[in-house]
Design a protein around this ligand. Structure first.
Ligand SMILES: C[S@@+](CC[C@H](N)C(=O)[O-])C[C@H]1O[C@@H](n2cnc3c(N)ncnc32)[C@H](O)[C@@H]1O
Length: 257
C-alpha cells in the first residue's frame, strides 16, 4: 500500500485545506443552526473535536460562551488563529484547548456538549466511545443536552463508492490553482463497523502542474450510540435529527434519577 498520512496530521493537506473542503460540503448545511437551537440563549457549549473552529466561532458569534477541545495541533492552530482575528466580544467568548475527548476533565459543566461532524466516528466504537460518553456526561450541567453527529451506517456499508480515478471535489485555490480530492481506496469491515478510506489531495498550479499531493487515511468507526450513552447515564432526548442525507445528530440528556 502507498504511504499514507493520518487525517489532520501535521503537514497533512486534510488539515491545510479543511476549510475549503468543509465549505464545499453541502451535507453539513444547517448544523450550526441545529446546535444553536439545542442550547438556551447565551447557554455555554463544550465542543469535542473543535477542528479549525468552524462551529465554536459561529456559536460564539451568536452569544454562546464556548470551549473547543481539539487533539490535532494542525487543526488547533487554525482555530486559535481565527480566534485571534475575531471581533473582541466574539474572541472573549471562545477558548480553544488541546485535549483528548476520550480522557477529559475540565472541572466545568456546560448547557450543551457537542461532538459534531463525525468526530466520534474517528475513534473506535468500544472503550473510546464509552470513555467519550463518560466525558460528555461529566461536563453536562443539570438539564443540559449532548449532541453527537454520526454518519449513517447503511451508507458506510454500501458497496462501491466513488470511482477512484474521478475527483469527488474540485475547488479553486489561490492564486489560480485547483484542489482535487479523490477517494483512492474504500473498504468497510462489517464485523467491526469500520470504514477505511484513502483520500488523495492534489494541489495544481494555474497551468495544471502538480504542486503537492498527499495520500491521507480517513477511518470511521460506526455503531449505535444509544447503549454507550445509556452506560454514561444519558437517555435519548428526541428522535435523531437527519442532516444532509448522510448523517444524524443524536441528542441525549441525563436520565431521570
Ligand atoms: C471532522 S473534524 C470536525 C471539526 C469541527 N467540529 C467541525 O465540525 O468543523 C473532526 C475533528 O476531531 C478531532 N479529533 C479526533 N479525535 C479526537 C480526540 N480524541 N479528541 C479531540 N479531538 C479529536 C480531529 O483532529 C478533527 O479536527
Amino acid at each position: 500500500m502507498a504511504q499514507t498520512r493520518p487525517y489532520y496530521a501535521d503537514r497533512s493537506l486534510s488539515a491545510a485545506h479543511y476549510d475549503i473542503v468543509t465549505a464545499a460540503d453541502a451535507r453539513l448545511t444547517g448544523d450550526i443552526d441545529i446546535y444553536d437551537g439545542l442550547a438556551p440563549a447565551a447557554g455555554s457549549v463544550l465542543e469535542l473535536g473543535a477542528g479549525a473552529g468552524r462551529i465554536a466561532l459561529a456559536l460564539a458569534e451568536r452569544g454562546h460562551p464556548v470551549v473547543g477541545v481539539e487533539i490535532a495541533p494542525a487543526m488547533l492552530a487554525q482555530a486559535q488563529a481565527k480566534r485571534a482575528a475575531a471581533e473582541p466580544q466574539v474572541a472573549g467568548r471562545v477558548e480553544f484547548r488541546r485535549g483528548d475527548m476520550t480522557a477529559l476533565d475540565l472541572g466545568q459543566s456546560f448547557d450543551l456538549v457537542l461532538c459534531p461532524y463525525f468526530t466520534l466516528a474517528h475513534v473506535p466504537a468500544g472503550a473510546a466511545w464509552r470513555n467519550t460518553f463518560a466525558v460528555m456526561a461529566r461536563h453536562l450541567a443539570p438539564g443540559g443536552l449532548v449532541a453527537v453527529h454520526l454518519p449513517l451506517l447503511e451508507l458506510m456499508r454500501q458497496p462501491g463508492g466513488p470511482r477512484p480515478d474521478l475527483p469527488v471535489l474540485d475547488r479553486p485555490l489561490e492564486p489560480g490553482g485547483r484542489l482535487l480530492l479523490y477517494v483512492r481506496e474504500r473498504l468497510f469491515r462489517e464485523a467491526v463497523g469500520r470504514l477505511d478510506q484513502v483520500i488523495e489531495y492534489v494541489e495544481l498550479d494555474a497551468k495544471g502542474g502538480v504542486v503537492r499531493r498527499s495520500l491521507e487515511r480517513l477511518t470511521y468507526y460506526c455503531a449505535d450510540p444509544s447503549p454507550f450513552a445509556q452506560g454514561a447515564g444519558l437517555e435519548p432526548d428526541r428522535a435523531p435529527i437527519a442532516l444532509g442525507g448522510v448523517g444524524e445528530i443524536h441528542v441525549f440528556r441525563r436520565a431521570a434519577a
